[in-house]
Design a binder for this molecule. Structure first.
Ligand SMILES: [Zn+2]
Length: 128
C-alpha cells in the first residue's frame, strides 16, 4: 500500500491532466459518488485482479498475455442503468467485471463514449 501514499499527492494534478487532455465526461463526479468507494477499492477491485491473475482479459481473448491493472465493467454503468430502470444493482457483480490493460480500456471507453454521443445520451456529452 506504500504506492498509494506516493500517488495520493499527485491525484489533483492527474485530474487536471485529464481535463486538459479532454477525455472526461461532462458531468464527472467524485470517485465515491460514482460508486468507486472503499468497498470497490479494498474488496471488489483486488478480488477481480486476483481472479484474472492481473492479466488483461481482452488481450487474452486474442491470445496475448498483457498485464492489466484496470477493473472494467463489461456492461458499462450507463448502459446497465438504462437496461435496469436506472438502478445499478448487480453492476459490480464479478460476472460483470474483468481486468483490462490501459490501451484496451481506453479503446473500450472511447467506443462507448462515441456510441453515447451518437445516441444523444444526456450523461455523456461532447468532450470539452
Ligand atoms: Zn488489453
Amino acid at each position: 500500500m506504500a504506492r498509494l501514499k506516493t500517488l495520493k499527492p499527485r491525484l489533483p494534478e492527474l485530474g487536471r491532466q485529464v481535463k486538459a487532455h479532454g477525455w472526461a465526461e461532462t458531468r464527472r463526479e467524485l470517485p465515491d459518488a460514482r460508486g468507486y468507494d472503499q468497498k470497490w477499492r479494498r474488496v471488489i477491485r483486488p478480488a477481480i485482479l486476483d481472479r484474472d491473475f492481473g492479466l488483461c482479459q481482452n488481450c487474452r481473448r486474442s491470445g496475448k498475455l498483457t498485464a492489466g491493472n484496470i477493473v472494467d465493467h463489461i456492461v458499462s454503468k450507463e448502459v446497465w442503468k438504462r437496461a435496469h430502470d436506472g438502478r445499478l444493482d448487480g453492476c459490480d457483480d464479478p460476472s460483470n467485471l474483468e481486468t483490462t490493460c490501459g490501451p484496451c480500456h481506453k479503446a473500450k471507453t472511447g467506443a462507448e463514449a462515441a456510441l453515447a454521443r451518437r445516441e444523444g445520451s444526456p450523461v455523456l456529452g461532447p468532450i470539452r
